[in-house]
Design a protein around this ligand. Structure first.
Ligand SMILES: Cc1cc2nc3c(=O)[nH]c(=O)nc-3n(C[C@H](O)[C@H](O)[C@H](O)COP(=O)(O)OP(=O)(O)OC[C@H]3O[C@@H](n4cnc5c(N)ncnc54)[C@H](O)[C@@H]3O)c2cc1C
Length: 507
């Protein structure tokens, strides 16, 4: 039986492990943390538990098909609850917009804000669906291993105006500045700046409308637990609390995975859910690297980071929605501070997660649990979070208390926060980026880290840093791409990419 080692138990690693088991591999998973999930792990403090990261679950078919691959039914492991509204967008002037999946309700909400934009929305949606048909349906789970794959998509790219930015296209269709923000903030959920990211990312909106927004009973971590249970049942070995420190290579192939605790694990295939920049810089002797030299990969632009505060209260906030985007007074100016100037602004935009609104069993009667996140610059900024963190947290609490959570500071039973330092130190993410490399056009598809290493033929990347990108649907699709490539593992590596014959795919 061939041996596969999966580095990292994020959604990318877990879903790849399922696919490797289905192919008949003997799988060992290694994670530096003591628990699975990576960015989707669970924190527990003072009797409260919190999902650490993803909370907006879209495209559930991608999770269902993992269970089906191993002959199981997801419903035996997991219950996905619908979320309505998808999000509430709260503006700085105390008004709000409910972003819902139902077309008629959505049009009514748009009309309330700006009647002229109802027609604009219909055109916007048509355009976004055309982008979805190409950018998601045809390309999301498909490898970009050759520059020729890139050339093939250019006519569609031009026709669909993907040289424009997400905000640029939203502005074309909406007159209301508020609606421009409502229909352009989504790339922030995958680490992109709406003012620079290609409009391909408008596909997020049709994706949400097509399959809905969901939240698992028990929280997102229930999906992680379900996948771990499934994998254990099929004999997968999990090694926690041990970091992969070296990948031993000969003849362009990894033969042994070394860990900090001194384990040497032989491997025929390595699926790497860790950060490729970190991998090429720290884990492989540079004499084996022709294309991904450390000085070159360090030039990749990392995404923004996040400040995330978790808190439990001794009262409930039943008026809140599950997901609230709390916009501040500035939109473009704030994003410039985060992405371009890389400074910590005085104001902020927030995402507030109130999990009990969909799953009332998450906290006992009279108690409630939340997290609030704020996009912040990554560690290239030089911000000293040991000095800035507490003040920043207090300002966020004050703002939430004034805007939507009266009496918040007096009702806190527990609270703690993570900063870009967490992403750097706990998840080994370069520059403390929260979403891997930034989804710029020059770092997308063929220009993103290849799903099969161009230097090491039996190392495959999965997760946010590789095609198609961050976010749970992206990461689960990256495992599908990798799955297709592993079929071709015996083929020799050629130029800057792999020899992958797209015409052989059955789609
Ligand atoms: C706060 C937050 C909120 C988010 N909200 C959403 C959302 O609502 N919806 C959505 O779809 N997406 C969301 N995202 C994005 C999404 O969570 C991520 O894109 C996705 O979970 C990343 O999964 P991954 O498989 O790439 O890797 P990760 O989850 O980062 O896992 C990688 C794992 O590899 C391990 N590792 C790395 N290097 C080594 C090594 N050398 N040795 C051993 N182990 C190693 C790490 O410890 C980690 O466990 C959010 C992200 C964050 C941070």
């Amino acid at each position: 039986m061939s041996k596969a080692v999966v580095i990292g138990t994020g959604f990318g690693g877990l879903s790849s492990a399922v696919r490797l088991v289905a192919k008949g591999y003997d799988v060992t998973m290694v994670d530096k943390n003591n628990d699975p999930g990576g960015r989707a792990r669970r924190f527990t403090r003072d009797g409260f538990s919190f999902d650490a990261g993803p909370t907006v679950i879209t495209a559930p078919y991608l999770i269902e098909e993992l269970f089906a691959l191993l002959g199981e039914d997801m419903k035996e492991y997991l219950e996905l609850l619908p979320v309505d509204p998808f999000y509430r967008v709260a503006f700085d002037d105390q008004t709000h917009f409910d972003y819902v999946g139902d077309r008629d309700r959505l049009l009514e909400n748009i009309k309330q804000l700006e009647p002229k934009d109802v027609e604009g929305y219909e055109k916007f949606y048509k355009h976004a669906c055309e982008i979805f048909d190409i950018g998601y349906t045809r390309l999301a789970d498909y490898p970009f291993s050759s520059w020729k794959d890139m050339v093939k998509i250019m006519p569609d790219f031009m026709r669909l105006q993907n040289y424009k930015t997400v905000y640029g296209l939203a502005s074309k269709y909406f007159k209301s500045e508020k609606l421009r923000q409502v229909f352009s903030f989504q790339p922030l959920l995958v680490g992109g700046n709406p003012f620079t990211i290609t409009s391909i990312y408008l596909l997020i909106h049709p994706l949400e409308r097509k399959w809905g927004v969901h939240f698992p009973k028990g929280g997102t971590y229930s999906i992680v637990e379900a996948l771990v249970k499934l994998l254990k049942k099929r004999g997968v070995e999990f090694i926690y609390g041990d970091e992969v420190s070296r990948l031993e290579v000969s003849n362009k192939k990894i033969h042994t995975v070394q860990t900090l605790s001194g384990k040497s694990i032989p491997a025929d295939v390595v699926v790497n859910n860790g950060d490729p920049t970190y991998t090429y810089t720290n884990l492989i002797d540079k004499k084996h690297l022709m294309y991904n030299k450390p000085w070159l990969v360090k030039k990749m632009k990392q995404s923004m980071s996040l400040f995330v505060a978790y808190f439990g209260t001794n009262r409930e906030y039943k008026d809140l929605k599950q997901h609230t985007i709390v916009l501040g007074p500035r939109y473009k100016g704030l994003l410039d501070d985060i992405f371009k100037k890389q400074v910590l602004a005085k104001d902020f935009s927030l995402y507030l997660h109130a999990s009990k609104r969909t799953d009332e069993n998450l906290y006992p009667d009279g108690k409630d649990g939340f997290y609030v996140l704020s996009p912040v610059p990554n560690n290239k900024s030089g911000i000293d979070w040991s000095k800035e963190g507490e003040g920043y947290f207090q300002r966020i609490l004050e703002s939430l208390e004034g805007r939507m959570m009266p009496g918040l500071r007096d009702s806190l039973e527990t609270s703690f926060y993570i900063t870009p330092d967490y992403f750097k130190n706990q998840l080994l993410s370069t520059d403390g980026a929260a979403f891997g490399i930034e989804p710029l056009f020059r770092q997308s598809a063929y220009f993103r880290y290849h799903n099969q290493s161009s230097d090491i033929s039996n190392m495959f990347f999965v997760g946010a840093n590789t095609h198609p990108g961050a976010g749970i649907p992206g990461v689960l699709n990256s495992a599908k791409v990798t799955d297709r490539l592993i079929n071709n593992i015996k083929r020799p590596v050629r130029s800057h990419g792999t020899q992958y014959d797209a015409s052989q795919e059955q789609r």
